[in-house]
Design a binder for this molecule. Structure first.
Ligand SMILES: NC(=O)c1ccc[n+]([C@@H]2O[C@H](COP(=O)([O-])OP(=O)(O)OC[C@H]3O[C@@H](n4cnc5c(N)ncnc54)[C@H](OP(=O)(O)O)[C@@H]3O)[C@@H](O)[C@H]2O)c1
Length: 272
């Protein structure tokens, strides 16, 4: 039987490995939608630290986006901010033009922007509210795909990272519009993974559970505390806890992953 080839300790260049480990995104241009706050901001900072040039997209909070950029640059990273409502194709096209001028083509798209939705039991949600939630989630991804996929196809390489939510599979009362919209987003992502795989582009989904950000502040404090206590790891999830998974999916280490859905829940997806 053949024995596996082993390197002796001296054959490894530990310095180089360390650098590869910490700078695994060097040379990549990564657009993170909704990166002025929360999970997107944390992911942008994390990936800039790993060597990526990051595009910090925002909608209204330019001040917060600039703070993220300042932090990136303070740590020696590269980035830019761009205001665009990602549900509007013209604005996404303008963002594509600006990124092209500054950094060139986008290698990785993190579809992360959060859209507030009507919180109500399904039978009380207005049809308009239901349609709006679906429309925002789907149009954001569709617009970004139309603008940024062509560059990836030219290079036969690219990655989409779609931020969904655990509620897409594990619904919570009154969050039906959000759950339906995220489930539709995931169906879109799965289809894209099948269609784009042969063309060199991967599509993966991250499913965070309740994470402490401005978006989750709509949930009452006692609910957030109950979630913390009942999840096996008994800790709150913070944006930084999701950023590492996003950064991994953006790296070459995840090249053979597509159509994958990664749960980051502290174990709360297990029924207790
Ligand atoms: N927090 C949670 O518990 C949780 C759990 C599961 C999944 N998620 C998902 O994680 C993602 C990030 O959520 P978060 O909690 O980090 O949100 P957040 O802290 O509320 O931040 C929302 C971000 O989205 C941006 N945004 C809003 N509308 C936009 C638009 N039309 N175009 C471009 N950007 C827009 C905001 O920009 P401005 O600052 O300019 O307004 C901001 O940067 C979302 O997809 C959310 O569904 C969150």
């Amino acid at each position: 039987m053949k024995r596996a080839l082993r390197k002796t300790p001296g054959q490894y260049n530990s310095k180089k490995m360390e650098q590869e480990g910490t700078l695994s995104l060097t040379g990549k241009v990564i657009l993170i939608t909704g990166a002025s706050r929360g999970i997107g901001a944390s992911a942008a900072k994390r990936m800039a630290r790993s060597g990526a040039s990051v595009v910090i997209n925002y909608h209204l909070r330019r001040d917060r986006a600039l703070e993220v950029l300042q932090e990136v640059e303070r740590e020696g990273g590269r980035g830019m901010v761009f205001q665009a409502d990602v549900t509007e194709i013209k604005q996404v096209e303008e963002m594509g033009g600006a990124i092209g001028k500054k950094f060139g083509s986008v290698d990785v798209l993190v579809n992360n922007a959060y859209f507030p939705f009507e919180v109500n039991p399904i039978h009380q949600i207005s049809l308009e509210g239901l349609k709006e939630a679906m429309d925002r989630e789907l149009s954001a991804l569709h617009n970004c795909t139309r603008v940024f996929l062509p560059g990836m196809l030219e290079r036969k390489k690219g990655k989409f990272i779609i931020i969904s939510s655990r509620v897409a599979q594990q619904p919570l009362p009154r969050l039906g519009a959000y759950a339906a919209a995220k489930a539709a987003l995931e169906a879109m992502a799965n289809t894209m993974a099948i269609e784009l795989g042969p063309l060199g582009v991967t599509v993966n989904v991250v499913n965070p559970a309740l994470t402490l950000t401005d978006a989750s502040a709509i949930m009452p404090e006692e609910f957030r505390e109950r979630v913390r206590k009942t999840r096996p790891l008994q800790k709150h999830l913070y944006p930084e806890d999701i950023a590492g998974t996003i950064s991994f999916l953006a790296s070459d280490d995840a090249d053979m992953m597509t159509g994958t859905h990664i749960l980051v829940t502290g174990g709360s997806h297990l029924q207790l």
